[in-house]
Design a protein around this ligand. Structure first.
Ligand code: ADP
Length: 271
C-alpha cells in the first residue's frame, strides 16, 4: 500500500530552501476506494427498500382483518417499490454510460427537443410545489448525441432543481451558444444551494449533501453521476455554480454540431 507516492520538490524563495511534498496520490487512491465502496453502497441502498418491503409484507399479513391498515401498508409498499425501481433504473443507466466504450449510435439532436422532452414530466412535480418552470435562450442549436441519454441527464438536473427548492420559486432552463464550438444548457434554481465544501463531490455516485433530505425527495444519489457520465460521453462538461441559501446553476456544455468554420455564420445579403 506504500507505493502510491509522488514526491514534488519546490524551491522556496532565494535562500536555497526547498519544500519537499510527499503527495500520496490521494486522488488515485480515492477513486480506487470509491470503486470498492460502490458495491457496498449499492448493496446498502438496495437493502433499505427491500428490508422495508419484507417488513411491510409481514405486517400486512398480520393485519389482514383490518382493511384500513392493509390499505395504508399497501400504500407504503408501493412507495418502497417505486424507490427500488428508480434505483435499479439509475444503476442500469449508469452502467451504460460509465464505461470507457464510446456510445454506439450518435445522431444529430436538437437541444430544443431535449429541453421539451426533459421538461415534460418535470411540470407535475414543479406544479405540486408551485414552482414555475421557465425556458428561454437561443433556439435551433444542434449537437451530435444520444437524445434519450441527453434527455435523461437534463431531466435529472431539472428534478434536482425542483427537489432542492422551496415552494413558489422559479427554475429556468436556458440554452445558449457559448462560443463558436459549444452550446450550453443552464438549469438555474432559487433553492437551498450547495455548501462550497460539497460542490466538488456532488457528482460522485451516492454522494449527498444531506442524505435524509435526498431520501425524502426520492433521490437515488446517482442523478448527478449519471449527468456527468452522459455529458462526458458527448465530449462535453458539466459544471455547477452555487450559493448556499440562494440557489444553484448547473451547466451542461456540449460541442455544437457543424459549428461555423471560423467564418461568418449569417448568410450574406447582396446589395
Ligand atoms: P439525489 O438523488 O440525492 O438528488 P444527485 O446525484 O442528483 O442525488 O445529487 C447529489 C446531491 O447534490 C443531492 O443529494 C443534493 O444534496 C445535491 N444537489 C443536487 N442538485 C442540487 C440543487 N439543484 N440544489 C441543491 N443541492 C443539490
Amino acid at each position: 500500500e506504500g507505493r502510491w507516492f509522488a514526491v514534488r520538490v519546490a524551491p522556496l524563495g532565494t535562500h536555497g530552501l526547498v519544500l519537499v511534498l510527499a503527495e500520496d496520490l490521494t486522488e488515485m487512491r480515492r477513486v480506487e476506494a470509491m470503486r470498492r465502496d460502490f458495491v457496498a453502497n449499492v448493496s446498502h441502498e438496495l437493502k433499505t427498500p427491500v428490508g422495508a418491503l419484507s417488513l411491510l409484507a409481514e405486517t400486512v399479513e398480520s393485519a389482514a382483518d383490518d382493511p384500513e391498515a392493509v390499505r395504508r401498508f399497501a400504500g407504503r409498499m408501493q412507495h418502497e417499490s417505486v424507490r427500488l425501481t428508480s434505483l435499479v433504473q439509475d444503476l442500469m443507466t449508469l452502467s451504460r454510460v460509465q464505461g470507457d466504450e464510446p456510445l454506439p449510435e450518435l445522431h444529430p439532436v436538437s437541444l430544443d427537443e431535449v429541453v421539451v422532452e426533459a421538461l415534460d414530466r418535470g411540470h407535475v412535480k414543479a406544479g405540486a410545489k408551485g414552482i414555475e418552470l421557465a425556458t428561454g435562450g437561443e433556439d435551433g442549436l444542434k449537437v451530435r448525441g444520444d437524445e434519450e441519454l441527453l434527455v435523461t441527464a437534463l431531466r435529472n438536473l431539472i428534478d434536482n432543481a425542483v427537489a432542492y427548492s422551496p415552494e413558489n420559486t422559479r427554475v429556468v432552463v436556458a440554452t445558449r451558444r457559448a462560443d463558436e464550438a459549444y452550446a450550453e444548457i443552464n438549469v438555474t434554481d432559487q433553492g437551498i444551494g450547495i455548501p462550497p465544501g460539497d460542490l466538488e463531490r456532488v457528482f460522485e455516485r451516492f454522494y449527498r449533501v444531506d442524505p435524509a433530505r435526498s431520501r425524502q425527495t426520492g433521490g437515488t444519489g446517482l442523478g448527478l453521476a449519471i449527468v456527468k457520465h452522459v455529458v462526458t460521453k458527448h465530449d462535453g462538461q458539466v459544471t455547477v455554480w452555487s450559493k448556499e441559501g440562494s440557489g444553484s446553476t448547473f451547466t451542461i456544455r456540449l460541442p455544437l454540431l457543424n459549428p461555423p468554420a471560423g467564418g461568418d455564420p449569417t448568410p450574406r445579403t447582396r446589395t
